[in-house]
Each structure stands twice: as C-alpha cells, then as structure tokens.
Design a protein around this ligand. Structure first.
Ligand SMILES: Cc1ncc(COP(=O)(O)O)c(C=O)c1O
Length: 339
C-alpha cells in the first residue's frame, strides 16, 4: 500500500462536531459566544481583493510587530501559525529528535498525542510533571497547557517557571485559554535570559476568531528562528493577517468579552454546584463537571436531542464528566433546564 505504516496505524485527532443545523446551542468546542471586534469587520470590508493576486507576507511583518509590542518583546521572538495547532505541529518537527518523546499533562489536549504519532515519536502523559521524571523518560518537548484542557485547572507561573528552570528540553506553555485566567506565563517567555520557555496563544478563543485560523508563540530568538525554517512558506494567508491585526488593536473588545465570559462562568458553576454537580475549578472558558448520578454520557445524548452540544470524552480519566463551554447567559440557562 502506498500509505506509510505509521499513517495506517494513526488514530486521527477527532475535533468537536460542527453541526450545520440552525438554532443550536453550541457549547462543545470552546468558541466565543460574542462576535469579534467591529474593527475586524472593517478590515475585511476594506481588504483590497487585488492583494489576493499576490502571495501573503511570508514573515507577517506587521502582525508580528503588533504582537511583539503587545507582549513586550521583539519581532524576532514571535512566530505565527495557521492556528496554534500549526504552531504545535511546527514545534514537533523543530524540537524533537528521533527516539525522543513529547510530554504533556494527562489528561490534556488530545491533539498532542496525535502530533507525536505523526512525528513518529512516543507521547508520555504526566499527572504532575517533574523535570527529572520527564528527562528520565527522554522527553525533549513538554507541552504544558495552562489553564489545562479539558479540566480548566490552572497552575501558577511560579510552578511552571520552576519546572522549566530544571528541564533541559523546550517547554511550550499552551495558553489558548489564558485570557480567561488570573495569571499567565508570557513574562517568562519574553524575559531576558530565557532559554527554553515558549508561550503560545490563539485568536480562536478570547478574540472570537476560531474560523480565521491564527495562533502565535513567543520565545527565545534561536528557537523561534528555527521554527521559521520549518514552516510552510505562506502559512498565514493575507486576509487572516489583516483581520488578526485589527483584532490585536482592539484589546478592550477582547478583554470585555473575556470578562463577560468569566462572570457567566462564576454564576454557571454555582448553578451546577447547587444541583449537586462536582465542578473542577476552572480558569478557562469552559468547565469540566461531573453530574451527581455519574451519567455524563446519558446527559450528553439528552442535551444533543435538545440541540445543545457539549463535549464528552470517553477516556478512563474523563468519562465521568462533561466539558461545557461557557456561552451567553441565555445559552447556559437553556442548558440548565435539561440537566
Ligand atoms: C489547549 C488547546 N491548544 C490549542 C488549541 C487550538 O487552537 P487553534 O484554534 O489556535 O488551533 C485548542 C483548541 O481547542 C486547545 O484547546
């Protein structure tokens, strides 16, 4: 067969459903219920179609500069990808030798294992990561999701810094959900003398731009420079660069929506708890919660019949809970009626 053995064996990552039905309550892929900044609409309307005749800027100079300023670092410290998923794929090609491993929390974002499979190296999960234990396992790239997904749990900057300080490999702190959290690790990535910390962000969650496909990371110039060598020449299209730039320039819009979501989360958690659910403390735009009767799979199906989509992961460490994205107050009220 012309398909490689590795790909024949590969278990593909399964993204959350994107149903085409109108009028559904969609709380299954941690998207933002609020629209992107009006500046994005303006940027799209003003986009000169003639620009599409040409290739986009391969090194995204303008967007990169704006992200460098936003994060108090230099353009040479910023890499941008077609979603943070692509940033992760580039990192897996850049920082892992044959025979080494990719490590992450367990449970965590299930794409990490698929990336390791595609790269042809083992993945190793750690409930509580320790640098020594990770190195003993020959891990050269550690993907530390913070706040974690699907749990929503948060680890302090101090702890991640301590881990990275002792770890010889590269630590990517996947901060897809950091704008909903009380603290983040960007300072570790941007500070002088940083050897191995890369902090990754996305436009898909707090900026309400999951459909645009833009993610980025900040880190030491030598590591970031190496990622540029590996990426596709034109990995971020011209429209995406232009709309993302407009979104970066409207921090107030993003912050206001993130604050609304955090407020809804606090109220929704107390509603779930008053119904006897066990909710892990979340600093993300979702909660990971166990129903009192332990019937997560059944509630998942029941909600689906009502056109309310949440996420259910059948694995041993996740099967008792549902991951519920925080939507608008009205969406959460509707869900509460059926559980
Ligand atoms: C932890 C984590 N990292 C990365 C991503 C991917 O984000 P993007 O849309 O930027 O590819 C997700 C998406 O759900 C996520 O949960």
């Amino acid at each position: 067969m012309p398909i490689t053995k590795a790909v024949q064996k590969l278990e593909a990552y399964v993204p959350g459903e994107q149903p085409k039905i109108k009028g559904i309550v969609k709380l299954n892929t941690n998207e933002n219920p609020y629209p992107p900044s009006p500046r994005c609409a303006k940027a799209l309307a003003a986009f000169d179609l003639d620009r599409l005749r040409r290739y986009p800027d391969p090194v995204f100079a303008e967007l990169r500069k704006a992200l460098a300023v936003l994060n108090a670092t230099g353009p040479e410290n910023v890499f941008i990808g077609n979603g943070s998923d692509e940033v992760l794929a580039v990192a897996a090609k850049t920082f892992v030798e044959d025979g080494e491993k990719i490590g992450s929390l367990d449970p965590s974002y299930s794409l990490y294992k698929t990336l390791a499979d595609i790269r042809g190296v083992p993945w190793k999960g750690f409930p509580l990561p320790e640098a020594k234990a990770a190195e003993k396992e020959n891990v050269s790239l550690f993907l530390w999701t913070n706040p974690n997904a699907p749990t929503g749990e948060f680890v302090s900057k101090r702890k991640i810094s301590a881990f990275a300080g002792k770890f010889r490999g590269v630590v990517i702190v996947d901060e897809a959900y950091a704008d909903f959290a009380e603290e983040n690790c960007m300072e570790l990535a941007a500070r002088r003398g940083n050897r191995n910390v890369i902090v990754m962000r996305t436009f898909s969650k707090s900026y309400s731009l999951a459909g645009l496909r833009v993610g980025y990371c900040v880190g030491p110039a030598d590591l970031i420079g190496a990622m540029y060598k590996v990426k596709d020449s034109y990995n971020v299209d011209a429209v995406a660069q232009s709309v993302a730039l407009a979104a970066v320039k409207d921090q107030r819009w993003m912050r206001r929506n993130a604050a609304k979501i955090v407020k809804t989360r606090t109220w929704f958690v107390s509603e779930l708890e008053s119904r006897g659910w066990d909710v892990l403390p979340s600093q993300a735009n979702f909660v990971f919660a166990r129903p009192p009767a332990g019937n997560a799979a059944e509630i998942f199906e029941r909600l689906k019949k009502r056109r309310i989509f949440v996420r259910y992961f059948s694995g041993a460490k996740t099967a008792e809970r549902l991951r519920i994205t925080i939507g608008t107050d009205a969406e959460m009220k509707k869900l509460l009626k059926f559980i």
